[in-house]
Design a protein around this ligand. Structure first.
Ligand SMILES: CC(C)(COP(=O)(O)OP(=O)(O)OC[C@H]1O[C@@H](n2cnc3c(N)ncnc32)[C@H](O)[C@@H]1OP(=O)(O)O)[C@@H](O)C(=O)NCCC(=O)NCCS
Length: 144
């Protein structure tokens, strides 16, 4: 039984294990928590008390929103959790003009099923920035 919440006020670093699978330099749990707390909206999926998925949204609060991160723990994937997380965070932004995100080619059908449209985009990444964020101790910290 999966439950969903938009309230991250009681979330702790220890609740956030096992995410950022495959990232060469993942954010620490402290950074992950800070990102969620600093986001415009967040939806968390829990199985009992374990956080098994999350999605966050940043926004100007008026017309424009962006979804930077969506992840479901590997052992909980393929059960509809990611779909429900996106559905719920899009509902949080239904008054917005634009909600954008960047995804891999193979995930386009996933987002199209949720009403989104494939488009072109541009990006810039400073991979050193994630390593130098406050609270980051080492590349492996925050991983199980
Ligand atoms: C993408 C992700 C959030 C989907 O979560 P989920 O809970 O597994 O999604 P759902 O169960 O709601 O939907 C599953 C469907 O998503 C699609 N899907 C999920 N991951 C996919 C992938 N890597 N490639 C192609 N399709 C994928 C499939 O169509 C799948 O359908 P199926 O179960 O019939 O095979 C999850 O796979 C994940 O955390 N991946 C790693 C992080 C990531 O890629 N995040 C997205 C950043 S844009």
């Amino acid at each position: 039984m999966i439950s969903y919440s938009t309230d991250v006020s009681a979330l702790a670093e220890d609740d956030l294990g096992g995410f950022f699978v495959g990232w060469p330099a993942p954010p620490s749990r402290a950074q992950h928590l800070a990102v969620l707390r600093g986001s415009y909206r967040v939806v968390i999926a829990r199985s009992d008390s374990t956080v098994v998925g999350f999605v966050n949204m940043i926004s100007d609060g008026v017309l424009t929103a962006f979804i930077p991160w969506l992840e479901v723990l590997p052992e909980f994937q393929g059960q509809g959790v990611g779909t429900e997380l996106v559905r719920r965070i899009l509902a949080e932004a239904e008054q917005m003009y634009s909600v954008d995100l960047i995804c891999d080619e193979e995930l386009k059908p996933f987002y199209e099923r949720l009403g989104m449209t494939a488009w072109t985009g541009m990006m810039l990444r400073n991979r050193d920035a994630i390593r130098s964020l406050p609270g980051r101790a080492s590349a492996g910290e925050g991983r199980p």
